[in-house]
Design a protein around this ligand. Structure first.
Ligand code: GAR
Length: 196
């Protein structure tokens, strides 16, 4: 019975490198959801706040600082994950790990891809570049992960207007608001659409 439920259910493992605001929102959103369940969080660095957040919810949290990707794969499999969500994960995922979750690894990028993506374009760097280019819009892109950085199939994008005097921090605030609003419901829509 348990295996049957696990097969029907999308079991998400979240990979993070940053503070984890997106991961916390995803965990809150899917709490009690029968179709989609978060089974754990793997972090590429120590994150006490996230660790406590997970332990309060009896959710496995692993600090994998210094570990290689075989450990990520091994723990993901131990936790029966069948989807991987990169929720602010800044390491480049190798092909072997991507191919363990074909079409089932999703990333969020804090800009409107294909612009401002690729190596070195993450977090603050993205918002500084958008600000320097005096763009009228920025936003978020949610996409499948393939072997090329930020080039997998786009699933969703959401845009926000930038005022001429917005600095990088203000742009980041606007983009983060989009992430918190849209990432979890977009994951829900896509994943339940694929697994129905
Ligand atoms: C988010 O803004 C996410 O879009 C970005 O890192 C931040 C993580 O914040 N991801 C990338 O730049 C990926 N290239 P969080 O740890 O608070 O969720």
């Amino acid at each position: 019975m348990l295996n049957f439920v696990a097969e029907m259910q999308a079991q998400l493992i979240l990979f993070i490198s940053g503070g984890g605001s997106n991961a916390r929102q995803i965990i809150r959103y899917f709490k009690g959801n029968e179709r989609v369940k978060v089974v754990g969080v793997l972090s590429s660095k120590a994150n006490l706040e996230m660790e406590q957040f997970c332990s309060q919810r009896q959710l496995p949290f692993h600090n994998l600082q210094g570990k290689d990707f075989t450990t990520y794969l091994q723990i993901s499999q131990e936790l029966n994950a069948n989807w991987v969500v990169l929720a602010g994960f800044l390491k480049k995922v190798p092909a072997e790990l991507i191919s363990a979750f074909p079409e089932r690894m999703i990333n969020i990028h804090p800009a409107l891809l294909p612009n401002y993506g690729g190596a070195g374009m993450y977090g603050q760097h993205v918002h500084l570049a958008v600000s320097a280019a005096k763009e009228a819009f920025s936003g978020i892109s949610i996409h499948l992960v393939n072997e090329e950085f930020d080039k997998g199939k786009l699933l969703f994008q959401h845009a926000v207007a930038i005022m001429p005097n917005d600095n990088a921090a203000e742009i980041e605030q606007k983009v983060r608001a989009l992430e918190i609003k849209h990432f979890a419901p977009d994951l829900d829509a896509y994943i339940t659409g694929v697994t129905k």
